[in-house]
Design a protein around this ligand. Structure first.
Ligand code: C2E
Ligand code: MG
Ligand code: MG
Ligand code: MG
Length: 273
């Protein structure tokens, strides 16, 4: 019986391996096709201050698959990242992003538009040239653009990160550390990094109303951010009480379903004054 159980487990394991490998290969083929056919677009999720004023928005990539429908970036970004496809895809998407930034600049001043950079993109030697080329072509200013880079990407190779960030900020781009609190930042390095914003991870916001540890962590982060002159944003704010508590803890900006879900481009542009 025990042998039969092991045989069953092995056979289940073998087929799960095959399925996931098959799925991954299929996804990779689909990604290639989708890049060629340009099937990706951005939604824009607003960021607001405590009064609910629009401060900025984050571009979030979307893929409408011809058969599977909407595929989540949580599924395809890691595969694009591992295979390096993220570099050409990211270039193409940044061009689209800049066209929207242009419309935002023309309509309302002082709105900061955020674009997510993954690890491969961040360490790509042509990054700065690509970004500068796109902003020139669209006629927008780097000041209007914030690059969201995860804490784990930055901490992966801190010395290179400092060099790349210096170049980016020298040219006017703002930088936000995404998913902050999950990536084991060395606090000593935080001081060295030329960054503007700490974006506190949703995992600290989720349980904020029931968990004193999360409050203590957020409060430590905002104290440090204030001392270093950094702006703070909380992501994944779903209910009003969370926003109130976060405001009490001196968080500057809010993003989440409580205020806005990611919006189609036209719905986002319609919010501008
Ligand atoms: P992220 O940058 O941390 O983005 C936040 C994610 O949380 C988004 O999921 C957003 O839709 C979701 N979200 C926002 N507010 C709420 C809320 O109140 N409740 C809940 N439950 N979720 C909320 P999304 O769009 O699926 O993106 C997931 C991740 O994919 C992003 O995490 C980012 O790491 C990556 N990603 C998205 N777009 C791009 C892109 O253009 N380039 C790269 N490199 N990565 C991207
Ligand atoms: Mg982000
Ligand atoms: Mg985030
Ligand atoms: Mg996140």
């Amino acid at each position: 019986d025990a042998m039969k159980k092991i045989d069953d487990d092995i056979s289940a394991f073998r087929s799960s391996l095959q399925i996931s490998l098959k799925d991954r290969i299929e996804m990779l083929e689909d990604l290639h096709d989708a890049i060629e056919q340009d099937s990706f677009y951005f939604c824009y999720q607003p960021k607001v201050d405590f009064e609910g004023n629009l401060c900025g928005a984050e571009a979030l990539i979307r893929w409408k698959h011809p058969v599977k429908g909407e595929v989540s970036p949580v599924e395809f970004i890691p595969i694009a990242e591992e295979t390096g496809l993220i570099v050409p895809l990211g270039h193409n998407m940044f061009k689209k992003f800049c066209k929207v930034v242009k419309q935002v600049e023309d309509k309302q001043r002082g709105i900061l538009m955020s674009y997510n950079l993954s690890g491969r993109q961040f360490l790509d030697p042509s990054l700065l040239d690509v970004l500068m080329g796109c902003i020139k072509e669209a006629g927008v200013s780097a000041d209007s653009i914030e690059l969201e880079i995860t804490e784990s990407t930055l901490m992966n190779d801190i010395e290179s990160a400092v060099q790349v960030l210096k170049e980016l900020t020298k040219h006017g781009f703002k930088v936000s550390i995404d998913d902050f609190g999950t990536g084991y930042s060395s606090l000593a390095y935080l001081k060295k990094l030329p960054i503007h914003t700490l974006k506190i991870d949703k995992s600290f916001v989720d349980d904020l109303l029931n968990d004193a540890d999360d409050i203590a962590i957020i409060s430590a982060i905002t104290n440090m951010a204030n001392a270093l002159g950094l702006t703070t944003v909380a992501e994944g704010v779903e209910v009003e009480q969370q926003a109130e508590k976060l405001h009490e803890l001196e968080i500057d900006m809010f993003q989440g379903y409580c205020f806005y879900k990611p919006l189609e481009e036209s719905a986002f542009l319609a919010l501008l004054k």
